[in-house]
Every structure is written in structure tokens, then in C-alpha cells.
Design a protein around this ligand. Sequence first.
Ligand SMILES: [Zn+2]
Length: 119
Amino acid sequence: MPLQVYRCSEHGEFDIYLSFRDDVPQIAHCLTCGVVSPHIIKPPAGIKVVRGWNEQANEMQRDPYTQAKYQATHMYHEQKDLGVRVDKPTEAGIQAAAAEIAGKKTWRDGSKPPIREKR
Ligand SMILES: [Zn+2]
């Protein structure tokens, strides 16, 4: 790992290239101000530890109704957690949102996805 990351309290993170033979020093001097800065351990690139709700929502994009319902429910709980008084998402509201999503979305074969009825 020739590229190591350090963090200056003043100037933020900076990278230092080390040869493979070097041991990784636990500190380095900031390239800007020279202050002693600690080594930062970075997770390997490409590994996403936290799954965002957007990512989860993408999995819900199988049909517009599920997507709309998921988003509406998520928004409702998010606002509620923030202490905002919001109305619970209504079936009509979800249907309207689903219709909007369906209108924007086209399946690969060119047809529109069906809007699922209330179960
Ligand atoms: Zn600095």
C-alpha cells in the first residue's frame, strides 16, 4: 500500500506515497503547514459499508406502486423523526405518486409498467 493518508487538523487529509519497503509511519508532517498529523486507515476502495435508503429504494423499483409506497413511507418517518407533523401517506397519494413514476418510466420492451392495485 504505497499511498497512505494522513489528516492535518488544519488542512484536512493529504496523501503520501511510500515505497513498498517502507514501514508505514503512524504520523507524517502536513504538506502545507508541517504540523504532525496522524495516519488514517481507509477501507479498501470500492467497498461500500453503509447502505443508503436510495440504494434500498432502487431495489424496490420493480414496480411503481412499491416504489411510491416505499418513498412515501420513508419520507413520513423521516419527517416524523425530525419532529415535523405530517399526515400519514394516503392510499390515494401513493397511487398518484405511482402513476407519476409509471408515466416517467418505460420498461425495456417499450411498454409501461402496470400500476398495482391495493392489496
Ligand atoms: Zn496543515
